[in-house]
Design a binder for this molecule. Sequence first.
Ligand SMILES: [Zn+2]
Length: 165
Amino acid sequence: MNNCYECGEKLGLKKDNEGTEVQYCESCGAFRYPIFNTAMSTAIVNKSKDKVILIKQYGKDDYILVAGYVNKGESVEQTVAREVKEELRLDIINCEYMRSEYFEKSNTLMLNFISVVEDEDLSKISDEVDKATWFSFDDARKNIKKGSLAEKFLIKILEKLESAK
Ligand SMILES: [Zn+2]
């Protein structure tokens, strides 16, 4: 970001209250912190933590994780619960933060979670989802979209869940 997103002036640098140099607009008299999108993706596991849901969406043939953008005013935990409910009609009984990665292509910070659901019924999924399937951890590794951020997140999650057994 070289210019102010409000007035278009060229931005300078100024120390904020924390003593950190931050981009600053002289004409607005305001700090201009970086702007990016925030989203979450989540692996959804059953209560005994030996199966995971992967989904197909947008007419594509790859299996991915449930994901969605964080709405303004929402906590990311609320986003996780809302998206799982909207897409799969399932209620989360627990949700745990795992890790994050910045995704340059869509200027998005992606926060990754493990969600646990009580009900395993996938017969009521929404039209937004083409297909939702329970996989064993080994089959999930084989079926997740290769080379994707979802694959990176999923591998870490499955390792963590397996090492806890
Ligand atoms: Zn400005």
